[in-house]
Design a protein around this ligand. Structure first.
Ligand SMILES: O=C(O)[C@H](O)[C@@H](O)[C@H](O)[C@H](O)COP(=O)(O)O
Length: 262
């Protein structure tokens, strides 16, 4: 039996975190390309896109360290039901922080946005995004769950991840791949999110959580669990899950391996 514990890594600075996150993402990218010639990655919003840009836009240290954006297919782990150019759009955020800054010689990723024609009906918005996944990951009938090469997630101060919030009925979903939510406690209220089974079936799952504002919830996630969405991911994914944190976020949490590489 393998080690079922998630990896919890803590770095002195976000710069140091970004360097290690880059190495980890490249490993996931290269494994995905080897497996099926593309790299299928899901990303969240929040502070993540900024850290991603810091990690990914630096020149490679060796040929093996290259980011091959032309092999990337980017999906959204969660998205807000707003137009793509709206200030609340996770796509808009990723575009501004990362996509628009990718130099031409690094290649261009394929980015799977929501179908904005469905913004008035979040159930339909979720269904359309699920269809997109079905088409991308093979027919729904033959694939029980899509398997992302990597999911890059954030952790909210209440322990939410994607748009899966503590105590919400969506956490019990076992069938649908993409879920609508109309009462998100974090604004805006209308969103879609990958379901917990899809999140936990990723080949690898990485959380990025930084800053002192995360330390209370990090303690709860790692020391108590309490059915918090982030803890549920930890429990289901075990060692496939890696947390990239800074010292401030894990101050007082007992077992981080400080700054160690994966
Ligand atoms: O669309 C969203 O609201 C995000 O996907 C959300 O799940 C985010 O990742 C967390 O709230 C952490 O956000 P921070 O990184 O900004 O703390």
């Amino acid at each position: 039996m393998g080690n079922r514990q998630p990896n919890l890594l803590a770095f002195p600075t976000v710069d140091a975190l970004a360097t290690s996150l880059r190495t980890y993402i490249v490993q996931c990218q290269n494994a995905g390309i080897q497996r099926h010639e593309v790299f299928k990655v899901a990303v969240s919003g929040g502070s993540l896109p900024k850290t991603l840009a810091q990690a990914l836009l630096t020149p490679p240290s060796s040929p093996e360290d290259a980011i091959k954006f032309d092999k990337w297919e980017i999906f959204f782990a969660d998205e807000r039901a707003v137009p793509l150019d709206h200030a609340d759009s996770n796509y808009g955020l990723l575009k501004a922080e990362l996509l628009d800054k990718i130099p031409a010689d690094m290649g261009k990723p394929v980015v799977h946005t929501i179908d904005v024609a469905q913004l008035d009906d979040v159930q339909e918005l979720a269904d359309q995004y699920e269809k997109l996944l079905v088409n991308s990951f093979a027919a729904r009938d033959s694939v029980k769950l899509p398997v992302f090469d990597l999911l890059l997630l954030g952790c909210g101060p209440d322990g939410h991840t994607c748009s899966l919030f503590p105590g919400h009925a969506l956490l019990r979903e076992t069938d649908a791949w993409v879920l609508p939510i109309e009462d998100s406690p974090k604004p805006p209220p209308k969103r879609i999110t990958l379901s917990l089974p899809v999140v936990t079936h990723g080949v690898k799952i990485a959380f990025v959580a930084t800053g002192g504002g995360k330390k209370e919830i990090m303690k709860k996630i790692f020391e108590e669990g309490n059915g918090l969405p982030c803890a549920l991911v930890n429990e289901a994914a075990g060692e496939r899950c890696t947390w990239f944190t800074d010292n401030a976020a894990v101050d007082g949490v007992s077992f981080p391996r400080r700054g160690s590489l994966i």
